[in-house]
Design a protein around this ligand. Structure first.
Ligand code: AMP
Length: 183
């Protein structure tokens, strides 16, 4: 194991920015380069797990797909279970789900209704928060399943898009390992 001593600036330098993806004007913050760097991945998971531990997490929830990468690793590091929040029609059981608005149209997230015991503190982990729509829908879905949601953790925050502020308005403390200006 390498010791996870990379600063926030060093972690930020490992994120690749791809202009105009998937649409003109979007600066895509690509974590492929961060997770492909062993120390970068280890440091990210270490920092997120410390935050989740301080938040008293009984479980970690992550959203498909990039939230699975960080969320599952954080859950293992912390010694708690992982709850996958899935795209529609992936789970082979009766699910609970939530529809939420995108810029164009709607999307849906689903989960196993028995994944959480009522009152368990669940900490949300995802790679990036932009408008916060995905994280807010995830929080609502997890609350429907009985979870107490007080904290959400991200590798990257795009504060200019207002997602972290929306989550804070919904009573959720937001932490991120780094921020990028603009969208
Ligand atoms: P939102 O629901 O607007 O907060 O969007 C969050 C989700 O969209 C995250 O799970 C990200 O993976 C993805 N996403 C949104 N904007 C970007 C961006 N500029 N770069 C990379 N991923 C993004």
């Amino acid at each position: 194991m390498t010791s996870p001593h990379l600063s926030s600036a060093e972690l930020k330098a490992l994120v690749r920015t791809v202009p105009d993806f998937p649409r003109p004007g979007i600066q895509f913050r690509d974590i492929t380069t961060l997770i492909g760097h062993h120390q970068g991945m280890a440091a990210s998971v270490h920092h997120l797990a410390a935050l989740a531990g301080a938040a008293g997490a009984h479980k970690i929830a992550g959203m498909e797909a990039r939230g699975f990468i960080f969320g599952a690793a954080v859950a293992v590091q912390l010694g708690v279970g992982f709850v996958p929040v899935r795209k529609p029609r992936k789970l082979p059981i009766e699910t609970i789900g939530i529809d939420y608005a995108l810029e164009y149209g709607t999307d849906r997230l689903e989960m196993d209704p028995s994944a959480i015991e009522r009152g368990q503190k669940v900490v949300i982990v995802d790679d990036l928060i932009a408008t916060g729509g995905t994280a807010l829908a995830t929080a609502e879905l997890l609350r429907m399943a009985g979870a107490v949601i007080e904290h959400a953790l991200f590798v990257i925050d795009l504060p200019d898009l207002g997602g972290a502020a929306r989550l804070r308005d919904a009573g959720i403390t937001v932490s991120a390992l780094m921020e990028f200006e603009g969208d």
